[in-house]
Write a protein that binds this ligand. Structure first.
Ligand code: ATP
Ligand code: MG
Length: 425
């Protein structure tokens, strides 16, 4: 992409309404634009990151055998009246009426819709286990939308739903999902600690929240220090669920099993939440299948959320510096920022040639070909946080070398034009 032709409305001033780094940086980097309170337009750079996270989350759901679907954002009230949640849900639910005066709502979650789908097609234990997921927009009329997309009213969520014949099998589904979450967050370049949680309004017993530790997190979290030294080899529910880790309301200093130096107390951003709630919806919505013995059974269910749009902000909270965002390679909107720091006809010719070579080799590159001062180009490229910067400047003309800067470490190296191409292949 040539920056001169791209739509990247970066801001020089720090927006005064933004209280935390990720919100400020997303606005300044031209990733999002606020449409109204808690509701955002995702601009091209933000959209690229959102879709990269979407893809990684989806791949890990597919890997454990879940199937992607897309459910409607608008739902009929009668499904929620059937499950008994319509009156309980309260003001977070946006309730609307269609032209025939029928009550509708913008979905804050999708247990009812998915249960309604499954009960129409699944009638035998042989069709289970089944796991369906979507990655789609939700609306919750949060009382205090804040911190940009961190707590929005409209937000993008992965929500999966599992259906099993019995509790033992439901536990297996739950554990698969727990492990898939560990893999997902590791691939996204962040550390998310699984915490035992209350299952809240939806009800149930087995429940974990996944928190990214960050000073700006909205929840207090308490966990065993051992979490700080675990590696990917330990990433399994079997190992991790034995360690103490809880958020807010579950922590009681008087009964806490660990203490002293071993107990870490920090702030956390909740990026995922999984829970097993048994037959709550299958019973209330009459989803029944025939069991092996010919008798009807109500499937055991679980639901599993990941805040995909919140993750964009959470990744920035855990990866930025005073100059801007530092994208982990896996989610970066472009891998390389190519900068023509001189803007003369010679450097332009070299930059354009290298840009074409990168493109032909399939390297994702943003080429700053604008007629701007080098200082502006350097600060913009630092701000938007691409993992690598390739700088064409005076040395390219005298020595035939380009400078390659790693955004994360700040390390610089001089490479020849041929070497720089092979570095990114
Ligand atoms: P919270 O306690 O932050 O309100 P929740 O318990 O209501 O979260 P869930 O219903 O479990 O959230 O939704 C699954 C995931 O969706 C959460 O773990 C979070 O990452 C994300 N999420 C929930 N509410 C919002 C929101 N208002 N804006 C952005 N992401 C959200
Ligand atoms: Mg909530």
């Amino acid at each position: 992409m040539r920056l001169s032709q791209y739509f990247l409305p970066t801001l020089k001033e720090t927006p005064s309404e933004a209280q935390i780094a990720s919100h400020r940086l997303m606005l300044r980097a031209g990733m999002i634009n606020q449409t109204t309170s808690g509701i955002y337009t995702w601009l091209p750079l933000g959209e690229l990151v959102l879709k990269r996270i979407d893809q990684i989350v989806a791949e890990e759901q597919d890997r454990i055998g879940c199937f992607r679907i897309t459910m409607p954002t608008i739902q009929p009230a009668h499904l929620w009246q059937e499950s008994g949640r319509y009156d309980d849900y309260g003001k977070e639910m946006l309730r609307i009426k269609d032209r025939h005066d029928r009550e509708m709502l913008y979905g804050p979650t999708h247990e009812e819709v998915v249960t309604d789908v499954v009960r129409q097609y699944v009638s035998s234990y042989r069709q289970l286990p089944l796991c369906l997921y979507q990655i789609h927009w939700k609306f919750r009329d949060e009382i205090r939308p804040r911190f940009g997309v961190m707590r929005g009213r409209e937000f993008y969520m992965k929500d999966a739903y599992s259906f099993d014949v019995d509790a033992a099998s439901a536990r297996v589904s739950y554990e698969k999902m727990y492990n898939a979450y560990l893999r997902t967050f590791a691939r996204l370049g962040i550390k998310a600690v699984p915490m035992r949680a209350d299952s809240g309004a939806i009800g149930g017993d087995l429940s974990h929240e996944f928190h990214v530790v960050a000073d700006t997190g909205e929840s207090a979290v308490y966990y065993d220090k051992t979490f700080e030294s675990i590696t990917e080899a330990d990433y399994s529910m079997e190992k991790l669920s034995k360690l103490y880790a809880v958020s807010d309301e579950k922590h009681d200093p008087d009964t806490c099993p660990i203490s002293g130096d071993q107990l870490i107390s920090r702030r956390g951003i909740e990026v995922g939440h999984i829970f097993y709630f048994g037959t709550k919806y299958s019973k209330s919505m009459n989803l029944k299948v025939t069991g092996e013995d010919g008798k009807p059974i109500y499937p055991e269910m679980g639901s599993y959320g990941i805040g995909v749009s919140r993750l964009v902000a959470a990744i920035i909270e855990s990866s930025h510096d005073e100059h801007g965002i530092i994208w982990p390679e896996q989610v970066a909107p472009f891998r390389v920022g190519l900068i023509d720091a001189k803007n003369n006809s010679e450097t332009q010719a070299i930059s354009t040639q290298l840009y074409e070579k990168f493109k032909n080799a399939g390297v994702s590159v943003l080429y700053d070909d604008r007629d701007e001062r080098a200082g502006i180009k350097f600060s913009d490229i630092d701000l938007i946080g691409l993992p690598w910067q390739v700088i064409i400047g005076g040395k390219t003309l005298t020595n035939g070398t380009v400078e390659v800067k790693n955004r994360s470490t700040g390390a610089r190296e001089d490479l020849s034009l041929d070497e720089v191409l092979t570095k990114f292949l």
